[in-house]
Design a protein around this ligand. Structure first.
Ligand SMILES: [Zn+2]
Length: 235
């Protein structure tokens, strides 16, 4: 089965071009520019070299967005990451929700969510919830800070590759937006039985979820590996 390489479409002027022979493909694959990228949607090898600031490359076969080049990607990612970390600390420091019904009032914090599940005899659910909504997102953010600073300073460290692999693996398991949707669905049901007050932590967590999503979206996987390889080659 032969593979082919096509030139990616970009938001500026570049259009898809025809395929080349397998021999050409093999030659291009070992090209030192390393600009060929396999489309995650259809496995087509696409040439994504020569993107300029703000341009993105899309697969000419299935339209999947492959990479977006931004000259300020590392500083942009670092800004969203630090903002998300600060908001996560705030979200864990104040009241998340409070309920009142029949003269009784109850207040809960974000940290009490896994704690309450544990008290109700569901330790595995408590562990999963705590990991997915607090600890894994926090770990991803700390690792992203550790990656973005060396990339901004143009400094190579041998652990950069391991750190990048850890980020791209762990970010799949951070489910902050799923938690927010779950809380909103639960609130709609609880609102019929009790008066619900949204605390500072709730809004901080919503803002955290937005900043976290933007931080993860800003860290382009292909451009990140290209930067690490460029730093590596300068050693
Ligand atoms: Zn494709």
């Amino acid at each position: 089965m032969s593979t082919s390489i096509s030139t990616a479409t970009s938001t500026r002027t570049r259009k898809a071009s025809g395929s080349t022979t397998p021999e050409d493909s093999a030659a291009r694959r070992v090209d030192e520019t390393g600009a060929d990228l396999a489309c995650p949607g259809c496995d087509l090898l696409v040439n994504v070299a020569g993107l300029h600031d703000g341009e993105s490359a899309a697969c000419p076969r299935c339209g999947h967005t492959l990479t977006r080049y931004r000259a300020d990607a590392s500083s942009r990612t670092l800004a969203f990451t630090v903002a998300a970390l600060i908001l996560l600390v705030i979200a864990n420091s104040f009241s998340f929700l409070s309920f009142s019904a029949g003269g009784l009032e109850n207040q809960m914090t974000l940290g009490q969510t896994p704690g309450t599940l544990f008290e109700y005899g569901m330790p595995s659910a408590a562990f999963i919830v705590g990991a997915f909504i607090i600890f894994i997102p926090a770990g991803v953010l700390v690792m992203m800070v550790g990656l973005c600073i060396p990339l901004l300073q143009q400094r190579y460290y041998p652990w950069l590759r391991t750190l990048a692999k850890g980020i791209f693996l762990a970010q799949n398991w951070a489910m902050v937006e799923v938690f927010i949707i779950g809380v909103i669905v639960a609130l709609v049901k609880i609102a019929a039985m009790a008066t619900v007050y949204l605390g500072v932590s709730f809004w901080a967590y919503v803002a955290f979820a937005i900043c976290f999503t933007l931080a993860v979206a800003s860290l382009d996987r292909y451009q990140c590996w290209q930067q690490i390889e460029a730093l590596e080659s300068m050693q």
